[in-house]
Design a protein around this ligand. Sequence first.
Ligand SMILES: [Ca+2]
Length: 168
Amino acid sequence: KYKITLSCLQISMKCETTASFSTSPSSGTQKQSLSCHHGWTPYGSRCFLYVPARLTWTSAEVNRCPDSCTNLASVHSYSEHLAIQRMIANVAHANFPAWLGGSDCQREGTWLWSDGTSFNYRYDGVFNNVGGNQHCLHMNFGSANIWNDLQCSHTLPFVCAKKRRTYG
Ligand SMILES: [Ca+2]
């Protein structure tokens, strides 16, 4: 079984099924509709939620992404990045900085997503590890709204994600 543990931040994967999501919507013979709970934004095979409360990266991941199979969001394409950025702008009326689920706390420069998926996409960013302790990933940094590594103890709003549930 696949399981990720970011022991450096005292977290382990909450829900093993999150590691197997597909980046494309389900198709073909499946008749069920895939839905998101009220307030969540559907995109691809997942539902996303922007939470404006400011928390540390670990507190957001462990305590506040609302249910047991929810993680801070991983991002796997430019279109997903844009969809999340649009969602934040709709709520915050600005490109407000927000935590994503990436961390390189285990080994500097080796980024992992807290949901256990592959770190196979990276938007433009400032991965400069200032002071040697910037190991958590956020988006909407600076005037260019790029990604940035930041001290995990900073507090920022955050984006949660989970697989869409199948109803009916
Ligand atoms: Ca940085």
